[in-house]
Design a protein around this ligand. Structure first.
Ligand SMILES: [Zn+2]
Length: 447
C-alpha cells in the first residue's frame, strides 16, 4: 500500500521543487541523473555539474545544458580523467582543443584533442615534446612540416613514430641517405617504405643486413634479375617468399618448388604454378616433399587418386589419400595398401566422409578396421593428415599440493602426450588405449 502511494506521487511530480530535490539529493545516482534530464533550470544544472559526487552525473548536467562554453568550463575544471575523455570528444572549440592538446594531464584527452586540431604549430609542439607516444603519433600523422618530420624520423625514441614520420618525409635524398646509412634498422625499414629510387631499393633488397629491410625492399622492386637473385640466394625465408610472390616465371617457380630448403617457400611457389606443371614436372621430378605440396594444389581427382594408390613414397600417398573423396577408392586403399599409415589415413578420411556412406559401407569398413586394428590404431609414424614427419609432444601442467596451512607447492604432471605433425601441426594424443580408440572410431563412424 505504501509503495503504491509513493509510485503515484512520483508519477505526479511535475512539481519542480520535488524534481530539483531528487536531482540534488537522491542517494541513487541513476535517479539523480534521470531527474536532471527533466530539469531546465541552468543554475541548478551548473551546480550539479560542479558538485555531484558522481562523474557521469556531472557530465550529464553539462550535456543537458548543451552549451559549448559550459563544456569548455567543464573540461578545464573536471578532475576525473575518464569523463574528460568523453567530454573532449564533443568539443569543437579549436582554441580550447589546442590548450588541452598541450596541457591536459591525461594522455587520452590530449590525444583526442590532437586528433581534432589543425594548428600546425601546436601539432609540432606535441610531436616534439609530449611524453606519451600515442599523442606524439597522433600529431605526427597530421604534421606536414618536412623539417619536423625529418627530425622525428631520426630522433624519436619510438619506432612507430619514426615510421610514421619516415612515411611522410618526401625528400628522396633524405630517405635514400637514411635507408642506406642509418644504423637503426627501424629507420632503414621506414625509409625503404617511402623510397622510390629503384636502384637504391635493389641494392637494399640484396645487401641490407636486416631481414625485414630486405623483405620490404623486395616487396617494392620489379627488377627480374634482382628478384631472381633474392629468391635463389637470400638466407631468409620471408625474403624468398616475398620474391616468390612477385614472380611468375614458370620455370623459376618450378625450380623453387623442387629445390628450396623451406617447405613454406616451396609451397608458395607451387601455389603459383599451373596445374599442368605440377602434374607433369613436380610430380615426376620432385622429391617426396615437393610431390606432397603438389598434391595439395592439384584439383584433378583422377590424378589425386592415382597418386594415392601408386606413388612409391607412403608420405605422398597419405597427402593424396587425404584429398580423395571417393569411398570405393578409399576402401581399396584401406584393404590393400602395404603401409600401415596409409591404411590409417584412408580410415581417417572415411570417418570424415562417414555421413556420405551407406550403412552397408560403414559395416564393411568397421569389419576391416577390427580385423586390422593392431596396425590401424597404433601410433602413426607419418601424419595421417599430410604425410609429414611426426615428433613426440608432452604437455606439462601444474597442480597445487597443500603442504601446510594455506601453503601450497606446485607439482608438475603430464596432462597429455602423444605425437604431433611437424608440417601441419596436427596432434595425435596417445592418452587412450587401443580399445578406447577403436570404440571412439566406431562411435564417430556411426554418428
Ligand atoms: Zn601433418
Amino acid at each position: 500500500m505504501v509503495s503504491k502511494i509513493c509510485e503515484s506521487t512520483m508519477k505526479k511530480t511535475p512539481d519542480m521543487e520535488k524534481l530539483i530535490d531528487t536531482a540534488l539529493h537522491d542517494r541513487d545516482c541513476e535517479r539523480r541523473r534521470a531527474a536532471l534530464d527533466q530539469l531546465e533550470d541552468e543554475e541548478t544544472l551548473l551546480y550539479i555539474a560542479e558538485h555531484d559526487a558522481v562523474a557521469y552525473v556531472r557530465f550529464a548536467a553539462v550535456e543537458k545544458i548543451g552549451k559549448e562554453e559550459t563544456l569548455i568550463w567543464f573540461l578545464l575544471h573536471e578532475k576525473f580523467n575518464g569523463i574528460r575523455e568523453q567530454a573532449v570528444k564533443k568539443l569543437e572549440d579549436q582554441k580550447t582543443l589546442c590548450y588541452l592538446a598541450l596541457h591536459d594531464t591525461y594522455y587520452a584527452v590530449r590525444r583526442i584533442a590532437v586528433e581534432k586540431i589543425d594548428d600546425e604549430k601546436i601539432l609540432i609542439q606535441v610531436a616534439l615534446s609530449d611524453e606519451d607516444k600515442d599523442c606524439r603519433a597522433a600529431a605526427a600523422k597530421k604534421i606536414k612540416d618536412q623539417k619536423t618530420l625529418l627530425y622525428l624520423m631520426q630522433h624519436d625514441t619510438s619506432s612507430l613514430i619514426r615510421f610514421i614520420a619516415a612515411k611522410k618525409v618526401d625528400d628522396e635524398e633524405t630517405l635514400k641517405k637514411a635507408a642506406l646509412h642509418d644504423e637503426d634498422e627501424d629507420i632503414r625499414y621506414a625509409a625503404v617504405r617511402g623510397l622510390k629510387d629503384e636502384k637504391t631499393l635493389i641494392h637494399l633488397a640484396l645487401h641490407d643486413a636486416s631481414d625485414f629491410v630486405r623483405q620490404a625492399a623486395v616487396e617494392k622492386i620489379d627488377n627480374r634479375d634482382a628478384l631472381f637473385e633474392a629468391v635463389l640466394y637470400d638466407k631468409d625465408i620471408n625474403v624468398r617468399m616475398a620474391a616468390v610472390e612477385k614472380l611468375d616465371d614458370e620455370e623459376l617457380l618450378i625450380y623453387i618448388t623442387l629445390n628450396d630448403m623451406s617447405i613454406d617457400v616451396r609451397r608458395a611457389a607451387a601455389q603459383k604454378l599451373r596445374e599442368e606443371s605440377l602434374v607433369k614436372t613436380v610430380l615426376s621430378k620432385g622429391d617426396a616433399q615437393a610431390r606432397r605440396i603438389a598434391i595439395e594444389e592439384i584439383t584433378d581427382e583422377k590424378t589425386v587418386r592415382e597418386i594415392g594408390i601408386k606413388d612409391s613414397d607412403p608420405s605422398v600417398r597419405i597427402a593424396a589419400i587425404h584429398r580423395i573423396s571417393d569411398a570405393d577408392c578409399l576402401e581399396k586403399v584401406l584393404r590393400f595398401d602395404c603401409h600401415n599409415d596409409c591404411r590409417k589415413a584412408a580410415l581417417r578420411r572415411l570417418v570424415e566422409l562417414s555421413d556420405r556412406l551407406t550403412e552397408k559401407q560403414k559395416e564393411s569398413i568397421i569389419r576391416i578396421a577390427e580385423q586390422d586394428a593392431e596396425a590401424l590404431f597404433k601410433e602413426a609414424e607419418l601424419c595421417p593428415e599430410c604425410g609429414g614427419e611426426v615428433s613426440e609432444y608432452e604437455d606439462t601442467h601444474y597442480r597445487m599440493i597443500p603442504v601446510g596451512y594455506d601453503e601450497y607447492e606446485y607439482e608438475p604432471f603430464i596432462a597429455d602426450c602423444g605425437k604431433y605433425c611437424e608440417e601441419c601441426g596436427e596432434r595425435y594424443s596417445s592418452r587412450s588405449d587401443l580399445d578406447e580408440r577403436i570404440e571412439e572410431f566406431k562411435r564417430m563412424m556411426m554418428e
